[in-house]
Design a protein around this ligand. Sequence first.
Ligand code: CUA
Length: 344
Amino acid sequence: MRRGSIVQLVAIGVVCGAGAAAVALLIPWLPHAASKQAGRIDFVFWFVTTICIVIFALVAAVIIYSIFKFRAKPGDDEDGSPIHGNTKLEIVWTAVPAILVTAISIVSAIVLTKNDHLPHASAASDPLQPLVVNVTAQQFAWSFKYPAFGNLASARLELPVDAPVKLQITSVDVTHSFWVPEFGQKQDAVPGSVNTLAITPDRMGSFPVICTELCGLGHALMRSTAIVMPRDKFLSWAKGQQQKLGGSGGSAGLAVFKAQSCSSCHTFVPAGATAKIGPDLDKLPAEAQRAGQPLEQFIHESIVNPNAYVEPGYPKNIMPTIFAQLPKAQLDALVKFLASGGKQ
Ligand code: CUA
C-alpha cells in the first residue's frame, strides 16, 4: 500500500472519529449522575461509546476511501477481478471484536455486581448502614416509609448523602416502575413481591421520582421528588418528623398533611395549600352535607376510600387510595386537623 493512501485513510478516519466524538460529547445525552451507581453506569456507557467511535472511524475511513479510489470508470461494466480472501485480515477482524466484546462483558459484570452490593445490616446501631426505605407504588402515587424511624411515612423520598440506601419496592395494585434518572437505575414495583434497589446518593439536590411503567390514566402524573441532604439534616428531619407525626392535635395533623403532600392537589388555606386538582378542603363542611354524612366520618372515608363519594365536577379514581395505609394515629390527626378547619 502506498504511503499516500495510508495518509489519506488516516485523515478520513480522524475526521469521522472527531465528528462522532463531537456528537457524543457536545450533546448532553445522560442526566447529571447523582449516585455512585449512576457514575459506574456512565463509565460503562463511555467505555462502550469510545470503542464504538474508534470502530466507526476505522470502518468509515475504509468505506469512504474505497468509494472514491475503486469506483468504476464511466462505461466500465466488467466484473471485478476474483479474489480468494485474506486469511490474516479475517483472523484480525474476528479476534479484535471478540476481545472487545469480552472486555465490555467483564466491565459490565463488575459494575452490575458492585451496583447490587449493600453493606450487611450488621451495624445495627447505625440506621444508615444501610438506610432501609419501603417504597409503595399505587395508582397514581408513591409513598416512602422508614422502618428505622418508627415507620415514618413520607410522600417524598428524603435521603442522606453518601449513605447506602436499600429501597424495598412493592405495589398494591398494578405493575409500576421506580426511576430517578439521576440515580441511574430502574426497578419494577410488582404487587405481591418486593424488589430491592441499592442507591448511594453522592450529590445533594432534588431529583424527580418517575413511574416508568404505563400503569393507567394517571401514569404521567405519578411523580414524586427525591431530596438528598447532608447526613445531619436527614437525621434531624427524620427525628423531627417522628416527633411531630407521633404527637396529637393540630400540629400533628399539619405535619401529616405536609408529609403526604396533600398540598400538591388540594387547596387548604390554613396549611398554605393552593392546588386545584382535587376539591377545595376549605369547603369540607358543605361537601359533607352534600354527601349526607357527619363531617369527621366524611373526611375519614374520603381519605381511606376516596371513590365512595366524589365531589361533583371532579373525576373518579384520581385521589390515590394509598392513604388508607397511614398509621391510625396519623390518620386520626389528619382527620381532626381537616375537620377543625386547620386549628392547631
Ligand atoms: Cu405507575 Cu406508571
